[in-house]
Every structure is written in structure tokens, then in C-alpha cells.
Design a binder for this molecule. Structure first.
Ligand code: ZN
Ligand code: FE
Length: 266
């Protein structure tokens, strides 16, 4: 007996609000949505692409990531996956570190990483299929930046981002916001000698001018240009000290906190 080859998957960016992306993972027939803060653009995208919703995946409890869930459930009764450590009323399948989600309707398995910092229970979803590594990381890692520390400490966020550093460079990074250009302006200020940042600003600006998302990014690109993954690079540390934003006698972990504090008011 032979089985049909699973249909290949693709990922659609569904813009919402001012700068959110709701990610629709689909095979041309079925679709799962990540962080539907609003239902209307998801329902419109499903209709436009003739897709049937089979699952909802949530990374954390903020309204711009979960607000559309009740209306989507009224439209399609599908399982809702989300962090066990956060109180989200609509979550029917609570998830914790190491869980594997076999997404209904799709040939897609996602591993759960607990990545506290932005919120304490924040999770990310990782696809580890060889040749196709995908990371859905919500508001933890952004292109050129990282999420604000609403609930966690700088140490927690740094440890969460360190887990992403261990992923293959070709891992596609699907973050939840189009913050790339403002993040890269900060990156250039944090590490003025990094020529790759200036190059990336040109590339990403051209995408925005054509109305194209700058996402997904990749772990390799973030390693090269994201100050929050480069917080102990000598150039960044020396710059923080020269600008009076870091005590020269501070321990190494202080540079991440100094970057995050600086970015809050940049
Ligand atoms: Zn958030
Ligand atoms: Fe958000």
C-alpha cells in the first residue's frame, strides 16, 4: 500500500493592526494560524486562498496575539494550542517545554520551546525538518531586535535568545511584528562598526518601499546583525562604555540589560 506524498507547506504573512503579522501555515488545502490577534484578516486570507483552518497556535497572552481566537472558533471549531504557564481562556491544548505538536490537517510537527522574557510563559514553535527549519517566536526575537521585558528579567530573555543561537543558521525566523527598520537603526547605533548592519538597512528599506514584509529573517542573519544576539561582542561592549551606558567594571551579563534599557527610549 502506498501513501500520498504530503503536500508541501508554505507560510503566508497576514498583516494586522499597525505592524503585526499573523502567520498562516498551509498546504494549499488546510491551514494553521499562529497568533491571530484579529480574526477578520485571517478569515479573509483563508477565503482568498481557499483554505480550511485546522489549528490555532498561540505564543503568549497579549491581546494582539490572541484577540481573534473567539471569533475564529465561531467560524471553525479547531484546537487551540498555547502556553501552559499562561492563563489564556481559549487554550484547549496547553503546551510546555519539549512538547511536540502534530498539527492537525498538515504534515507538520512543531517542537515547543519555553522562552520567557517578554512574558513569563512565552513559548516558541520550532519546525526541525531537515532542510526546512522554521521558528515561530512571537515577541521574543525580532528582526534586528528583541521583545520588551514586560514580565521577565534581562537574564531570562538573554537565556531564551541563547537557545535560538543554537539553531541552524538557515532557520527561518517568523516573528510577530514588522519592527525591522527601527530595530536596525538602533543596531547601527549600538554597533557602528558593523558594516553588515548598514547593508541590511539598505536591503530591508528596499523591501518596505515595495510594501514587502522584511520577514522571515534567518538565525544566520540575526547572528550577524542583531545587537541582542551580539551583546558580548567587544565592539558593542566598548561602544556602550564609551556612551556612558555601561559601567566598565560591570559583569559581562550587564551589557544585555544596558542594550535593552537603551532601546526602550531610543
Ligand atoms: Zn507581546
Ligand atoms: Fe505583540
Amino acid at each position: 500500500m502506498t501513501y500520498p506524498t504530503p503536500r508541501p507547506l508554505s507560510v503566508l504573512a497576514v498583516p494586522a493592526f499597525k505592524d503585526n503579522y499573523l502567520w498562516l501555515i498551509h498546504d494549499g488545502v488546510h491551514a494553521a494560524v499562529v497568533d491571530p490577534g484579529d480574526a477578520a484578516p485571517v478569515i479573509a486570507a483563508l477565503a482568498a486562498h481557499h483554505l480550511t483552518l485546522t489549528a490555532i497556535l498561540l505564543t503568549h497572552h497579549h491581546a494582539d496575539h490572541i484577540g481573534g481566537v473567539p471569533e475564529l472558533l465561531a467560524h471553525a471549531r479547531v484546537p487551540v494550542y498555547g502556553p501552559r504557564a499562561e492563563a489564556i481562556a481559549t487554550v484547549g491544548v496547553p503546551l510546555a517545554e519539549g512538547d511536540l505538536v502534530e498539527v492537525p490537517g498538515l504534515a507538520l510537527a512543531l517542537r515547543v520551546l519555553e522562552v520567557p522574557g517578554h512574558t513569563l510563559g512565552h513559548i516558541a514553535y520550532l519546525r526541525e525538518r531537515s532542510g526546512e527549519h522554521w521558528l515561530f517566536c512571537g515577541d521574543t526575537l525580532f528582526a534586528g531586535g528583541c521583545g520588551r521585558l514586560f514580565e521577565g528579567t534581562p537574564e531570562q530573555m538573554r537565556a531564551s535568545l541563547a537557545r535560538y543561537l543554537a539553531l541552524p543558521d538557515d532557520t527561518a525566523v517568523y516573528c510577530a511584528h514588522e519592527y525591522t527598520l527601527s530595530n536596525l537603526r538602533f543596531a547601527a547605533a549600538a554597533e557602528p562598526a558593523n558594516a553588515l548592519i548598514a547593508q541590511r538597512i539598505a536591503t530591508e528599506t528596499a523591501k518596505r518601499e515595495r510594501g514587502i514584509p522584511t520577514l522571515p529573517s534567518s538565525i544566520g542573519l540575526e547572528k550577524a546583525t542583531n545587537p541582542f544576539l551580539r551583546d558580548r561582542q567587544p565592539g558593542i561592549v566598548a561602544n556602550l562604555i564609551a556612551l556612558g551606558k555601561l559601567d566598565p567594571a560591570a559583569p559581562p551579563q550587564a551589557s544585555f540589560a544596558a542594550l535593552r534599557t537603551w532601546k526602550n527610549t531610543f
